[in-house]
Write a protein that binds this ligand. Structure first.
Ligand code: DC
Length: 228
């Protein structure tokens, strides 16, 4: 049997990390973990408890109550990927709304939140055979990952992708608002003190602004095969 490796995919929001990660995991028979979904689920909990809104944020209360948050992924056979559950409720659709997107970067700056999620992520990957995407996977969660990718694309391309995704879901969306959200998240994610979004020294950068999915997948699979 081939040895299993750890694949860490980081990059800016809406760079298509999860699409490529899902495809890789399926092809290799690996587990796929979308760590952004975990930060989004914690944000949803904070919104439900009124610890955060567009006009206020009470991080202390969130930190005090973090132990009440239980996150899990359950594989949905029909969809072919694992959906996010918050305290045993399926929140896969709710965590993708623009309301959550607006607040998630703020929640992700809180060190206690990061500590909890990073330790859960390390536990999920302890046996390798995992593709994990996020912002700090190659720099913090799996510093020794055999393959690290850093995905980039222009803000305009990314906002357009996100706009189409939300339209397809039937959400009412405004392109300017999405572009603003993408740029604002880039800024907060890259400048926060704890685990900012940076390319790990040994990560391979992938600008997919003008690259189709098939080309990306083929290129990345050849990198994977070199490491197996
Ligand atoms: O990948 P995403 O857009 O769903 O992530 C949502 C937010 O969560 C993103 O703006 C930053 C944060 N995040 C993070 O700080 N660390 C991760 N490993 C994954 C996401």
């Amino acid at each position: 049997m081939k040895q299993k490796i750890t694949i860490a995919i980081d990059g800016f929001s809406s760079t298509g990390k999860s699409t490529i990660a899902k495809q890789l995991a399926k092809n290799l028979g690996y587990i796929y973990v979308d760590t952004g979904a975990m930060y989004r689920a914690v944000t949803l909990y904070a919104m439900q408890q009124n610890y955060i809104s567009d006009s206020h944020f009470n991080p202390e209360e969130l930190v005090t109550n973090l132990y009440k948050i239980s996150l899990s992924f359950k594989f949905n056979e029909e969809l072919g990927f694992a959906e996010m559950y918050l305290n045993n409720t399926n929140v896969e659709a709710t965590i993708r709304t623009i309301e959550v997107s607006r607040l998630v970067s703020k929640v992700a700056t809180i060190s206690e939140v990061r500590k909890k999620l990073v330790s859960e992520q390390q536990e999920m990957g302890k046996n390798k055979g995992i593709v994990m995407d996020g912002r700090d996977i190659g720099t913090v969660v799996f510093k020794n990952a055999e393959l690290k990718l850093f995905m980039t694309a222009s803000a305009d391309k990314r906002a357009t992708r996100r706009y189409k995704e939300l339209l397809d879901r039937g959400d009412k969306v405004n392109y300017a608002e999405i572009l603003h959200n993408v740029q604002e998240r880039d800024r907060i994610d890259s400048t926060r003190e704890d685990s900012p979004l940076v390319r790990a020294d040994d990560a391979i950068e992938f600008d997919n602004s003008d690259m189709g999915l098939k080309e990306q997948f083929d290129r990345i699979m050849s990198l994977v095969n070199m490491r197996l």
